[in-house]
Design a protein around this ligand. Structure first.
Ligand code: UGA
Length: 361
């Protein structure tokens, strides 16, 4: 069985290196639209982009190697038609905001687990390579200095802490993919983004607490609201600029000599490990440089809020999250380049363009 599996992987790797059609589910999302842009600009691959929305894909409409097909991934027959046409499949449609894990855990399970598992199964059935977005969250409350994709334990909280439904859903699909790889010859790569940040992550104009931390802080500064540190803001993340993340992803899709097949990669920037308090201070320090943000920045303060007030009951956090990226660097020839300061500057610049009407979304 294993020999047959390896043979199937090698056959598909060589097929993929010639003509290549990349199918991106959730193409209108944060990672999706940045990825589509990079593929169209710097490769010769064709893109089939699927989403239920297309606002962020408008700039690609009409491009020769780009095709947008609207539709829900809950429709199996529809998904199957798309999968059949692809060489490589990226199921990027999903919910990735902690607020939603707490308020709508079943919706997170249905979309992130059930619908996406169907896509994975179709990749098995039609012998397609799948590149699966796992998450830094699968390591949960592990206390290792760096999280290692093959050695670190995955440590989640109790069931009433429903924040973990996302990590549990992702983790189980990771395990299912790994098993399909070993037993059915599925050609896969699992990647784990570590707090990718940048323009277009969440809606900066939404007044809710739904956005992830950087978008939320920039939105707060724009509206002159205080920045809220959940439970003191001492928890740490390794913030990774979107362009660095996409750079790794393109190397995974490229999959030179099949190097990425059957592998799990953390994609994060250990040098950008900072507390949320440090992130808040940096965002405020830079704000006066940027039109639209500078007007109200002077009145913004950094204040504390309890997690139950910010998110509701069922929230649990991890103290520190730093990726081991030794294998990502060595095997993919990749390294993250963008400092946290530069990442924030670029993100501010992009929002200023949007607010000035010089950028579509
Ligand atoms: C994220 C999300 O689960 C996913 O997007 C993703 O899979 C993964 O982690 C990742 O991006 O690596 P988290 O890191 O908690 O989870 O995302 P944020 O919502 O950006 O929160 C980061 C930290 O900022 C948390 O400690 C949170 O409590 C804190 N925070 C958030 C604040 O202190 N204030 C806020 O206004 C918002």
């Amino acid at each position: 069985m294993v020999a047959k599996s390896l043979h199937a992987v090698a056959r598909r790797a060589s097929a993929a290196s010639t003509g290549r059609t990349v199918l991106v589910f959730g193409a209108n999302g944060f990672i999706g639209h940045h990825l589509v842009r990079r593929i169209l600009r710097s490769t010769r691959w064709r893109v089939i982009a699927n989403d239920i929305r297309d606002a962020r894909l408008a700039e690609f409409q009409g491009a020769a190697r780009f095709e947008f097909i609207r539709g829900s991934i809950g429709n199996r027959a529809f998904v199957e038609r798309l999968v059949r046409r692809a060489d490589v499949v990226l199921p990027l449609a999903g919910i990735a905001t902690p607020q939603t894990y707490i308020h709508e855990p079943i919706r997170v399970f249905e979309l992130d687990f059930e619908d996406n598992l169907e896509i994975v199964r179709l990749c098995v059935a039609h012998e397609k390579r799948v590149i699966w977005p796992s998450t830094s969250e699968v390591y949960g409350m592990n206390t290792d200095k760096q999280f290692h994709p093959e050695r670190s334990h995955l440590v989640l909280g109790p069931i009433n802490m429903c924040r973990w439904i996302y990590a549990a859903s992702k983790q189980l699909i990771d395990r299912i993919i790994w098993s399909y790889g070993r037993d059915n010859g599925l050609d896969y790569t699992i990647f784990r983004p570590f707090n990718w940040i940048g323009y277009g992550q969440d809606d900066i104009h939404a007044k809710t607490t739904n956005a992830r931390v950087l978008t939320r802080f920039l939105g707060n500064i724009l509206r002159g609201e205080n920045l809220t540190l959940v439970d003191g803001g001492s928890n740490r993340r390794s913030f990774t600029y979107i362009d660095d993340g996409i750079d790794a992803l393109v190397r995974i899709i490229d999959n030179k000599n099949g190097i990425a097949s059957g592998k799990i990669y953390n994609i994060g920037n250990p040098n950008n490990n900072r507390s949320i308090l440090e992130l808040a201070k940096l965002a405020l320090e830079l704000a006066p440089r940027y039109r639209y943000f500078r007007d109200r920045a002077a009145s913004v303060r950094i204040v504390n809020v309890t997690s139950s007030r910010h998110y509701g009951e069922g929230y649990q956090d991890m103290v520190n999250r730093t990726p081991f990226v030794g294998n990502t660097r060595r095997e993919l020839g990749w390294r993250p380049r963008v400092t946290l300061r530069r990442a924030l500057e670029r993100t501010y610049e992009a929002y200023v363009e949007e607010l000035a009407g010089e950028r579509r979304v």
